[in-house]
Every structure is written in C-alpha cells, then in structure tokens.
Design a protein around this ligand. Structure first.
Ligand SMILES: Nc1ncnc2c1ncn2[C@@H]1O[C@H](COP(=O)(O)OP(=O)(O)O)[C@@H](O)[C@H]1O
Ligand SMILES: [Mg+2]
Length: 247
C-alpha cells in the first residue's frame, strides 16, 4: 500500500492548524470532476455510496454509463493520533485494468470505458428502473443453476488471468438472468504478469477460498451446498502452468 507510513509531523501540523485542507470531494465536486474530465456529459445520480468509492449513474451522449469514483483519502479517526492518509486514486487504475483484462477475456463484467485519475467509467448494468440487483438482494428461482453459472464465471475469470479477491453476493449483479462480476479493486493477476508462480498461486488460493466461503453462506441459505475445495483446487491446477503445486 502506498502511504502506509504516517504523515510527516509538519504535514500533520498543517492539517491541524487548518492551513492544509483535506476535505473529501462531495457530490457536487465529484460531479464537476466527472463532467470536466469528459467521462460523461451528464451525471444523473448516485447509485451507491461505499466506504472507498461512490458509483454514479451518468450519460455519455445519450447512453447510460456507470462511473466509479474513488475517495481521495482514507483517514483514521482515532482522535489525537497521527493522521493516516492513503491516496486511493491508484485503486481506480488497478480496478480499471483488472476489469479490462477480464472483459478482454470475454468474461461477464461491465465493459470498462475510460479512466481519469481516481474515476473510471464502464457499462451500466440495469435499466431505466434502476441498477441490476446484487445477488444478495434476490432469491433466485433456481439457485443451483445460478451457482453453476457463477462457478463457470469464476473459472472464466481465472482463464482470463484474473482472480477476483473480493467475491461475494454483494459483488455479483444479476442482469438479464445472468451473474455479472463487479468490483475488481482487490483482484489479482494470475497469468504471466503476476508475481512469482508459487506466490501468486498461494495468493489466489487464499482469495478463492475466501470468496467461495462467502458464496457458500449465500447459497447455503438457499439450500444449495457449495463444494468449494475441489473447485478451488481445480481452478488452481488450471493456473499452475509450471507445476509448482504438489498436492
Ligand atoms: N456497472 C455497474 N452498473 C450498475 N450498477 C453498478 C455498477 N457498478 C457498481 N454498481 C453498483 O454500485 C455498487 C457498488 O459498487 P462496487 O464496485 O461493489 O463498489 P464498492 O467498492 O463500494 O463495493 C454495487 O453493489 C452496484 O449496486
Ligand atoms: Mg463492492
């Protein structure tokens, strides 16, 4: 993480004394930033306000698009202590690249369009009544079939070189009856550009186990068992091009 070190004392002093302003951009400022960056011609509204980013509905020419704008700062609210800041702008670049990699590989993810600084635009999943629901919000008619689609999707992502490290029923949207993967901010590359093969497969295992754990809870409530261990092992061995895993 960049900015892990605490701020220099002189900077902290300038923040405290009010000579350095670290206000988070509000709705209006972000809207202006979106318009002036040329990512959209009109900002229609807010789809989601998250911990690290907000997602806006906007228009590019007349077509709806979604814009994810990362917050600029992450601050600790422990009163009196050093102020820890973390510029999250770089997360937009990471998420954009990961989504693009998955999209190039033919996966069901919103097609990313452009990135400017801490914001990027992508296809809007939804219709005039609102954004596509998250898996969390729906009770699928046929959970078994949906689970199969999700697992195929996770395998397709791995085939495209991406492991989604924050997989859950919150980061899968159901659009036109199909699962769509979103929120690649923590995703890892598992093809040639990642870290050393063994390390990247270990990271991938941890990420996949965690994601499958979340899905197991969701589908378990619907009475469908997720056999995550054999699935994770199969995905990992498909990624193990150098044979570094000996189970
Ligand atoms: N391309 C999109 N189309 C429609 N809605 C979206 C899109 N991307 C994100 N959303 C909505 O915004 C919410 C937050 O997006 P997400 O990328 O998961 O951000 P966060 O980092 O805050 O979790 C999602 O749960 C979804 O409802
Ligand atoms: Mg999310």
């Amino acid at each position: 993480m960049p900015n892990d070190p605490y701020l220099d004392a002189s900077v902290v002093w300038r923040i405290k004394s009010g000579t350095l302003d670290l206000h988070e951009a509000g709705y209006r400022t972000t809207k202006e930033a979106i318009l002036s960056s040329g990512l959209a011609m009109e900002v229609t509204g807010l789809i989601s306000a998250g911990k690290e980013a907000d997602v806006y509905l906007a228009l590019y020419r007349d077509a709806p698009i979604a814009i994810k704008a990362y917050r600029l700062y992450r601050s600790s609210h422990r009163g009196g202590g050093p102020v820890k800041l973390d510029s999250t702008g770089w997360l937009a670049a990471h998420e954009f690249e990961m989504t693009r990699q998955a999209w190039k590989g033919g996966c069901r993810v919103p097609a990313p369009a452009r990135r400017v600084e801490n914001m990027f635009s992508m296809r809007y999943l939804g219709d005039e009544n609102g954004p596509a629901p998250r898996l969390h919000e729906i009770r699928p008619e046929n959970p078994r079939a949906l689970l199969d689609e999700v697992l195929r999707g996770v395998e397709a992502l791995a085939g495209a070189g991406v492991v989604h490290a924050d997989l859950s029923d919150f980061n899968i949207l159901v659009h036109d009856g199909k699962p769509w993967f979103i929120d690649f901010s923590e995703a890892i590359r598992v093809d040639r550009t990642g870290s050393a093969p063994w390390m990247r497969l270990e990271e991938a295992r941890v990420a996949l186990d965690r994601g499958m754990g979340a899905l197991r809870v969701y589908f378990g409530r619907l009475g469908v068992e997720v056999e995550s261990e054999p699935f994770v092992s199969r995905v990992l061995s498909s990624l193990d091009r150098f044979g570094v895993l000996h189970d």
